[in-house]
Write a protein that binds this ligand. Structure first.
Ligand code: MLT
Length: 323
């Protein structure tokens, strides 16, 4: 296509979220990259017809409306694992390729899970706030040890397996439920595989979730499941908001059935303070972070380079790695 100045127009890439510059620099060699943060859904729909590629993390909702408004979009690239913020069936119908970075941030997500596990066990956020406020509350802030405790892992995929290995290193017993997990891989990691969530829940002192958000995992842990856990068990969710039902979790914290929750992901992000998730965050026995699982310098470089290389391949007419 000839541009008004007589040169061939360079393909255009829209990047509405913060992405590591390492990947964007690769794109800039041959493409025009526009970083436009804070677009409303309406603004995205208005400008998307001008773009050949769209690069997102988890905040931008790439809905069917956005995809239908696009005129020359060839690829939506998700700088992360989950593509649940992209309407993949609609993209497929429209011939738009969706790519992701299946492993660029798995170490970061696993390390954040362990950081939350230890922070919850030893009341680190509460203790930090207390000492910064000039208090010295040693008896109020007694924690629990994780060594010898049982960690339940729901989803023994890439992240779940790293978490399991780290937890074994901390001296925990690890039991996992995952219908797709290989028995040999679990055995090599010293993880006991059980055949269902129902079999897992009553055994664990800590439970961590590492499944994608699917119709089958939405609300997978609701009050009927939480009630089967040991009274005083603790729960972590660094996967996707809504896999643990937020209403049920808040009720279980309030009743003492669940002694602690460590939550990085919410049904709606950012959660409104007066929403159920907002109340969960405010609960004294819940520690929370703002979807930081993948937020390390290293992971952001990995996913950025990974998806930007795929965008270049697709715009050059080649097949992508992860589509
Ligand atoms: C992922 O799906 O990999 C993460 O949620 C990425 C992110 O934090 O944006």
């Amino acid at each position: 296509m000839a541009a008004p100045n007589g040169h061939n127009a360079r393909p255009r890439v829209l990047c509405p979220e913060k992405l590591s510059q390492d990947g964007l620099a690769l794109l800039r060699q041959t493409l025009d990259v526009d970083e436009k943060k804070g677009l409303t859904p309406e603004q995205l729909i208005e400008i998307i017809p001008d773009y050949d590629a769209l690069l997102v993390r988890s905040e931008t909702k790439v809905s069917a409306d956005v995809l239908h408004a696009a005129r020359k979009l060839k690829v939506v690239a998700r700088a992360g694992v989950g593509v649940d913020n992209v309407d993949v069936p609609a993209a497929t119908r429209l011939g738009i390729v969706v790519v992701n970075s299946p492993s660029g941030n798995i170490q970061a997500a696993a390390e954040h899970t362990i950081a939350l596990l230890m922070s919850m066990a030893r009341n680190v956020p509460d203790a930090c706030a207390s000492v910064k406020a000039g208090k010295w509350e040693r008896s109020r802030l007694v924690g629990v040890e994780v060594k010898g405790k049982t960690l339940g892992v729901v989803g023994l995929g890439k992240v779940g397996l790293i978490v399991a290995r780290m937890a074994r290193g901390l001296g925990m017993n690890v039991v996992a439920a995952d219908p797709y997990a290989s028995a040999a891989v679990a055995a090599a990691a010293n993880v006991t595989l059980v055949d269902s969530l129902a079999a897992l829940l009553p055994q664990v002192d800590f439970l961590t979730i590492h499944t994608p958000m699917l119709a089958s995992t939405r609300g997978m842990l609701s009050s009927s499941e939480l009630d089967t856990m040991k009274r005083g068990a603790r729960i972590l969710n660094v996967a996707r908001g809504g896999i643990v039902d937020e209403v049920a979790l808040l009720a279980a914290l309030e009743s003492g059935q669940i002694a602690g929750a460590a939550i990085d992901v919410f049904t709606t992000e950012p959660p409104a303070p007066d929403s159920v998730a907002g109340k969960l965050i405010a609960h004294p026995r819940c520690i929370a972070t703002p979807h930081l699982g993948a937020s390390t310098v290293e992971a952001q470089e990995n996913v950025s380079i990974d998806v930007c290389e795929q965008v270049l391949q697709i715009l050059a007419g080649d097949l992508p790695r992860s589509a």
